[in-house]
Design a protein around this ligand. Structure first.
Ligand code: SF4
Length: 311
């Protein structure tokens, strides 16, 4: 396993044992900047490839941006697209009681009358982090999430193992792959070392003390378009600003999020409450998305600690 935080942002050279340098491409602002900076020779050595893990439910703007990145002459290295299935379809299947595709959806559970400590005991084992609804009548929690692992971490790891020639259950106990992750300085909390002996993680934007704003400035300086926010259409980590953008700029994607939000209300195994995509735990089309409702544009992305979504 990789060393603790202090040594992470200036990683020890792993030298000749590394057979593959791979950039985890989310097709958002940070990973796009990382890929283009590497192409410009501003981050070295050049990665061998990038890998985009497709959940099948990114907004059209992300797929358009990905297509541009993959066009000849844009990046200096190939982009592999991998997938572990379509998260939207799997979510709808889970709402019908089949398989698990847990996203960090919000639960609303009625507080039993007369309970002095209405948040406890936890109503369901699959729920993490409880709070009271604004009217105090219900408790609101979040489903324990494994979507990033299932739809991003696992398919990327499978591809890296294939490209480095690691077969079967036996893996080298030394680093043979280096994974670049597009976390920026303002998202430092998302840094997480590799759990695999055969792979080290690297965060070149953090090494260069670059924030998301610095990335946008770099892209503008070099005449590149601003990338869209990369995340599943119905990701419950969206801020109200992101939901508004979806509603106002991608009406079809917004309609799809509303449809899925309605479809997941009940049916998840082991959940007694009702489920929602918006953090206020009300139907998405009724959620207050105004600035006043979310003055700080609550950023929930630090909860996505792998740093593979939203960058
Ligand atoms: S973007 Fe959100 S819903 Fe999609 S995989 Fe990441 S955390 Fe899960």
């Amino acid at each position: 396993m990789q060393a603790p935080f202090a040594s992470l942002v200036a990683p020890e050279p792993v030298g000749a044992s590394v057979r593959l340098r791979v950039l985890s491409l989310g097709a958002g602002v940070q990973s796009t900047t990382l890929a283009l900076m590497a192409t410009h020779g501003e981050i070295r050595p050049m990665p061998d490839c990038a890998i985009f893990a497709d959940t099948g439910w990114e907004p059209p703007a992300v797929y358009r941006h990905l297509a541009w990145l993959m066009a000849p002459g844009v990046l200096a290295f190939p982009v592999h697209v991998v997938s572990a299935g379509n998260i939207r379809d799997d979510l709808l299947a889970e709402a019908r009681g089949r398989r698990r595709a847990s996203i960090p959806a919000y639960t609303r559970t009625a507080v039993p009358a007369g309970k002095e400590r209405p948040l406890f005991p936890k109503p369901d084992d699959r729920i993490v982090g409880l709070r009271r609804s604004s009217d105090g009548e219900d408790s609101i929690g979040m489903i324990h999430r494994h979507c990033t692992a299932d739809y991003k971490v696992v398919p990327i790891r499978r591809k890296v193992r294939e490209l480095t020639g690691i077969a079967g259950w036996r893996s080298p106990s030394w680093p043979v792959a280096e994974q670049w992750i597009g976390i920026s300085l303002d998202e430092l909390v998302r840094i997480k070392p590799s759990m695999e002996d055969w792979q080290v993680n690297r965060w070149p934007l953090v090494e260069r003390r670059m924030t998301r704003r610095d990335c946008l400035r770099w892209l503008e300086r070099h005449g590149y378009p601003e990338p869209p926010k990369s995340a599943c259409i119905g990701c419950p980590f969206h801020s109200d600003a992101a939901w508004r953008r979806l509603r106002d700029e991608e009406p079809e994607a917004w309609a799809d999020a509303v449809l899925v939000d309605r479809a997941i209300r009940t049916g998840f195994r082991g959940i007694r409450g009702t489920l929602y995509l918006h953090r206020s735990a009300v139907p998405l089309e009724l959620a207050d998305l105004s600035d006043g409702a979310d003055p700080g544009q609550l950023d929930l992305w630090p909860n996505e600690c792998e740093g593979l979504c939203g960058v």
